[in-house]
Ligand binder design. Structure first.
Ligand SMILES: Cc1cc2nc3c(=O)[nH]c(=O)nc-3n(C[C@H](O)[C@H](O)[C@H](O)COP(=O)(O)OP(=O)(O)OC[C@H]3O[C@@H](n4cnc5c(N)ncnc54)[C@H](O)[C@@H]3O)c2cc1C
Length: 547
């Protein structure tokens, strides 16, 4: 503590979600005295395990599967030593109300056989689709890890970074340039209709194009949302590998917190930041809700950009065009998360026997692409979906730390309710939405409703007001082709810097975010050290600091 009563650090991280913890761990590993200030009583943000049903059950409150976190990060932060373990998830399983089921195994040979049995003409189409995606993911995946350069800037250092980007994209020839453009702009419906004829296949494949997004399968840009997940798979070096972290998603963030502490990070929970302080265009520290002042020459915000730049920083300290970019950042979703404790596993009418590949897979309630589109159109018209789609998993099939023997926890990711519901709790409406999802499950797994011991329903309002997900968007902003790479989240600042010297950003709204990737948290530290080096050199030659 300084004589004036403030506490001095080398770096302050605002927000103890996974990106904040990653950033803090790397900063401390490099020798900086670092503190994390988290508003909630627990770290983790949207990757958190909680116990709303008492001590017997652990619930992965919001996010539920991991895939996008690069192995390099897991190794650098020695996460396995800190308890990180992932159980591989089984494949897609689509139980249908007509008593049949459709399954999409991860293994390619098995997948083509399954498709062949279901719809013979689509087996060859599935091969061509996979090859097309693999090819594009191969050329695009290196970009996921990149810090985007300032496209359009004429400053020599920025031009050098732009040229490096062009070199990294050297594998994009004329044909691929067209295909990449199609991928970024098409709707997932238009893309799938180029390949497939069967409605059930198009239905299940459309889901990854709309997860967490305020867009239906017929909205342009949804092919890109699907690609984000696919590129992530390959970028992580483990194609198609989604899995359940031991202990729920909080298992990831508790391993990160433990790793960060081992490098010397101080983690403060129940420590909401009320203000990010600046002076003369540079950051100076933060003021907590309690009135306590912490000072540091580096502050990294990992909150939603609307929290950081429209509430915590004095707007007059920011250029108007930056503020207006943040104001028009799209952050809608209409997602509702339903978490259940179950007395027993569901018995599917179409596949009554227990199968870890089914009960431990992704159970999709979406029978056709129109089923998914209609659910979106309901919400666009201002009412919750009559037949909400759901992406469901039961992590306790593999992880016995989540529920007592024989009992289970189920995570139901469902869409849509009107995104405007982030403004009001709509408790009864949200519960009625959960009832409709449960009824859909009951229709394919009779007796399911009776097996429910407890339920928790988290709608857009709670996502915003309790978890800091403004507008209820699960990724701090819509994944769409208008919000990618150099546009995340404001023109000229996709490089994780901000208009304030020493203030950086590394939440999910920045490039590489959108899921539990840790990429922004890692990249921001690379950027900070690059800037420190440059600042030291500028100081030596007597030139003012730039960042
Ligand atoms: C329902 C749902 C399902 C999802 N499913 C998946 C999934 O299966 N797989 C996947 O990869 N991703 C999934 N996601 C997305 C993923 O969880 C997020 O993209 C990711 O967790 C965001 O991490 P973050 O660290 O960038 O931000 P956050 O986790 O949002 O962390 C930001 C932190 O800042 C804190 N904060 C806010 N304001 C302040 C303040 N003033 N002072 C101090 N702290 C503050 C918040 O409390 C929060 O802890 C899902 C998200 C949701 C909501």
């Amino acid at each position: 503590m300084t004589p004036s009563g403030t506490t001095r650090y080398d770096a302050i991280v605002v927000g103890g979600g996974h990106n904040g913890l990653v950033a803090a761990a790397y900063l401390a590993k490099a020798g900086l005295r670092t503190v994390v200030c988290e508003a909630r009583h627990v770290v983790g943000g949207a990757a958190v395990t909680e116990q709303p049903f008492g001590p017997d059950f652990k619930v992965t409150s919001l996010s539920y599967v991991v895939s996008l976190m690069p192995p390099r990060l897991v190794n650098d932060l020695r996460l396995v030593e800190h308890g990180y373990h992932v159980f591989p998830q089984g494949p897609y399983f689509v139980p249908r109300e007509d008593g049949r089921f459709f399954q999409l195994p991860d293994d390619r040979r098995e997948r083509y056989e399954a498709v062949e049995k279901w719809s013979a003409p689509d087996a060859e189409a599935m091969r061509r689709y996979d090859d097309w995606l693999d090819d594009l993911a191969g050329v695009l995946s290196p970009l996921l890890d990149e810090i985007p350069p300032k496209l359009g800037s004429r400053k020599p250092a920025d031009v050098v970074e732009q040229l490096k980007l062009v070199r990294r994209l050297k594998d994009i020839d004329t044909r691929r340039a067209v295909e990449v453009t199609r991928l970024f702009t098409l709707s997932i419906a238009d893309l799938l209709e180029d390949y497939f004829v069967d409605d059930a296949i198009k239905g299940v494949l459309s889901v990854s194009g709309v997860i967490g997004t305020w867009a239906g399968p017929r909205s342009s840009g949804t092919a890109y949302v699907m690609a984000h997940h696919h590129v992530g798979d390959i970028g992580g070096g483990q194609i198609g590998a989604w899995g359940f972290p031991r202990g729920g998603m909080g298992g990831v963030t508790s391993a990160l917190a433990s790793s960060a502490r081992s490098f010397g990070v101080e983690i403060r929970t129940s420590a909401p930041v009320a203000h990010i302080s600046t002076s003369g265009g540079s950051v100076t520290g933060v003021v907590l809700d309690s009135g306590e002042e912490l000072t540091a020459p580096i502050v990294v915000s990992t909150t939603h950009p609307a929290i950081a730049f429209l509430r915590l920083v004095d707007r007059t300290a920011l250029p108007p065009d930056f503020v207006s970019d943040i104001e028009r950042w799209k952050s809608r979703s209409g997602t509702v998360k339903v978490n259940l404790a179950l007395d027993t596993l569901p018995t599917f009418a179409s596949h009554p026997s227990y199968d870890p590949q089914i009960h431990g897979g992704t159970i999709v309630l979406a029978e056709t692409m129109d089923d998914v589109e209609n659910a979106f159109q309901d919400a666009v018209a201002g009412r919750p979906s009559v037949r909400p789609f759901a992406d469901i998993c039961i992590p306790s099939v593999f992880d016995d730390s989540l529920a007592p023997p024989g009992k289970h926890v189920m995570s139901m990711f469902t869409q849509w309710v009107p995104h405007e519901w982030s403004a009001e709790p709509h408790v009864d409406d949200i519960n009625a939405h959960a009832d409709r999802v449960i009824a859909r499950m009951e229709a394919v797994a009779p007796g399911f409703t009776k097996s429910i011991l407890h339920r928790q329903v988290i709608g857009p309002h709670q996502m915003e007001h309790e978890y800091g997900l403004v507008g209820g968007n699960i990724f701090h902003g819509e994944l769409s082709s208008s919000q990618l790479f150099h546009t995340r989240p404001a023109a000229g600042y996709a490089d994780l810097r901000t208009p304030i010297r020493g203030l950086y950003q590394a939440g999910s709204a920045t490039h590489g975010g959108g899921g539990v990737t840790g990429i922004p948290g890692h990249n921001v530290v690379r950027q900070i050290f690059k800037d420190r080096k440059q600042n030291a050199w500028r100081a030596k030659i007597g030139v003012a600091r730039q960042h």
